[in-house]
Ligand binder design. Structure first.
Ligand SMILES: NC(=O)c1ccc[n+]([C@@H]2O[C@H](COP(=O)([O-])OP(=O)(O)OC[C@H]3O[C@@H](n4cnc5c(N)ncnc54)[C@H](O)[C@@H]3O)[C@@H](O)[C@H]2O)c1
Length: 259
């Protein structure tokens, strides 16, 4: 029996079959769960996400557009969700955005106000925005998980404004956990190691980060999508029933090193 048997939830953030959200969905499905998906609006986006979901072996997936940068789009998505599904058991938030121009080494100090606000909005606030809309559907409790990175706590060259947004995401996790705990909804984040995805390739010097982690982490390797996917599925499942408000490292131990 899988730890997600009979569980249905929303997975936000599949762009292609290298996305962290794709690996998380794969693990949830392997553990017996059902995944519902979103894509950024537009035919091209839909086609790309549908292709990735097809490769998970899902027949006739539930897939709807959502641009998390507007309340209207989020409301529409959750209205559709609640009219077509009785309840949700979990939520996966695996999205982030910052203008890549400001993800270059040495380019944090002049970050413009609008760039800063947009990074905070899409990468941090949306966890609260989605939790607020999803929680009324989680009458039996459940688990929520989002994706963070070590750059939330330590300055990582090139990660810049995204590090600030991830710090906000981790704090958002704790405040959501505090308020949703009485509904038996657990809210956590994973601080995942670096993997090559569309988003991560926008971070200046990303290949050096991969090399550095491989040399310096206790496990002498980078994480795989499965490492993170399996932890996310477990955190969403009743097997993690006593864990909430946490940021769990899945980083081959890199964050435990002093040097
Ligand atoms: N790849 C890494 O090294 C790494 C490490 C730690 C954490 N993370 C985090 O993992 C999460 C997923 O990123 P990924 O690396 O899988 O990259 P990805 O590019 O595959 O996924 C990012 C997703 O964010 C979505 N997105 C961006 N703006 C959106 C909006 N306005 N509305 C809805 N969706 C939007 C994109 O459509 C995409 O699906 C992000 O939070 C990222 O910061 C990534």
């Amino acid at each position: 029996m899988g730890c997600m048997d009979g569980k249905t939830g929303l997975v936000v953030g599949v762009a292609n079959d290298r996305s962290y959200a794709w690996f998380i969905a794969q693990s949830i499905i392997r553990e017996g769960g059902t995944c519902l998906f979103t894509h950024l609006p537009g035919e091209k986006m839909e086609r790309r996400v549908r292709k990735a979901i097809d490769s998970l072996g899902i027949q006739d997936p539930w897939l709807r557009p959502m641009d998390a940068s507007t309340d209207e789009s989020m409301d529409e998505l959750f209205d559709q969700l609640s009219s077509e599904h009785e309840r949700l058991d979990y939520l996966v938030h695996s999205i982030a955005f910052a203008d890549r121009e400001w993800l270059k080494e040495g380019n944090f100090t002049p970050t413009p106000r609008e760039v800063f606000k947009q990074a905070m909005d899409i990468s941090a606030w949306t966890y609260a925005g989605m939790a607020h809309r999803a929680s009324p559907m989680m009458a039996d409790g459940g688990g929520m998980v989002s994706m963070s990175y070590y750059g939330a706590e330590k300055a990582v060259p090139g990660y810049n404004v995204m590090g600030v947004a991830k710090a906000a995401l981790e704090a958002t996790t704790r405040y959501l956990a505090m308020e949703l705990g009485e509904k038996n909804i657990r809210v956590n984040s994973i601080s995942g190691g670096p993997i090559r995805t569309m988003s991560s390739m926008a971070v200046g010097g990303f290949s050096q980060i991969l090399d550095w982690v491989e040399q310096k982490s206790p496990l002498r390797r980078n994480v795989t999508g499965d490492d993170v996917g399996d932890t996310a599925a477990w955190l969403c499942s009743p097997r993690a029933s006593g864990i909430t408000g946490q940021t769990i490292y899945v980083d081959c131990g890199y964050s435990s090193m002093g040097l």
